[in-house]
Design a protein around this ligand. Sequence first.
Ligand SMILES: C[S@@+](CC[C@H](N)C(=O)[O-])C[C@H]1O[C@@H](n2cnc3c(N)ncnc32)[C@H](O)[C@@H]1O
Length: 156
Amino acid sequence: MQLIIAAVGHKMPAWIETGYAEYVKRMPPELKIVLKEIKPVERSGSKTAATAMALERERIEAALPKSVRIIALDERGKDLTSVGLSQQLEAWQQDGRDTAFLIGGADGLDPALKARAEGLIRISSMTLPHGMVRVMLAEQLYRAWTITQNHPYHRV
Ligand SMILES: C[S@@+](CC[C@H](N)C(=O)[O-])C[C@H]1O[C@@H](n2cnc3c(N)ncnc32)[C@H](O)[C@@H]1O
């Protein structure tokens, strides 16, 4: 199964790229994390946040494979423990369907995408910068995998 992170935003600062790469390289070949960066829609005077999010939704959808499982990242989403995420990861691996985690841009994810998602999860109840979310998500996916392997990275 592939884990796809579809994230609105590009040209991330070096410290984001480095942090993200650190966790991605630790993943095993059967559970690779693949990043799909979505170019943000330019905000201009006449464009509302809703219009920009709808256009970003189209770009996100175009980047996703068909029949992928969609999990949206949102500060209003469900809280998951790392052990909870590891159990979820094992359950997802059962059907082998690729799983895409969506990270929105400056205005967040379009409501239609969130409605379509099979899950809405949060990393914290605070709003985080989108670049940081991809690093934290990659670390949590790595941690979740180590839990399924009884690897000492995760201590209870
Ligand atoms: C700068 S935030 C957008 C905030 C936007 N005002 C909103 O209401 O969603 C950019 C993206 O980062 C992700 N994000 C930010 N904070 C998060 C959190 N605490 N948990 C999960 N995802 C978060 C979401 O995918 C969000 O769409």
